[in-house]
Design a protein around this ligand. Sequence first.
Ligand SMILES: O=C(CO)[C@H](O)[C@H](O)COP(=O)(O)O
Length: 216
Amino acid sequence: MKKIIIIPSILSADFAALKHDLKMIEKSGAEWVHIDVMDGHFVPNITVGPVVVKSLRKETELFFDIHLMITNPEKYWRKFKEAGADLITFHSEISAEKKKLVEDIRSSGIKAGISIKPKTSVSEIEALLPYLNLVLIMTVEPGFGGQSFMDNMVAKIKVLRKVIDENNYDCLIEVDGGINSRTASICIDAGADALVSGSYIFAAENPLEAVKSFFV
Ligand SMILES: O=C(CO)[C@H](O)[C@H](O)COP(=O)(O)O
């Protein structure tokens, strides 16, 4: 059975206690942490910038999975790389030249991903699959934690799995939005490799046990 990558998202964490939460994630056995970057323009919410990522980088060796929900990732991705990103994912719905952006990120020595919003289909990013390390399928409208998983996104995971497998692309499928113990199984069955979970973990009475519950 393949190993599923479980990725706690700090979006729903207490931002005054992020150091503590990174230690909790390390203790849980998870190896990645998901950091959502929102600019108040691409999505109607604002979160953190490279300064915060740099501070977090000093506290942990967890793999930093940075999700840029911003209009101009071509202007800012390098700052996140310098701050300690291991993987930078930007959105398919932006206007910059996406193949060049993927190539620039990868040639800087880190991994590159593309995310698709619920209304964007797999065909929009198919030509980029040979160059990508990861595709992030959003199963909620990006911008806020705590939303419900959109069941009609499961078909999209299956389509992407089929395209990747048929072409032997070396590209992970990550799913983000409304992931809990029930929806995790649905996504794994549909072909996901990596699952991001925020509110299910950080709203739990015991976040450590909530992360661990994904591994059983
Ligand atoms: O990208 C995001 C929102 O845009 C979050 O990472 C995602 O929604 C995780 O939160 P939850 O598990 O609470 O849905």
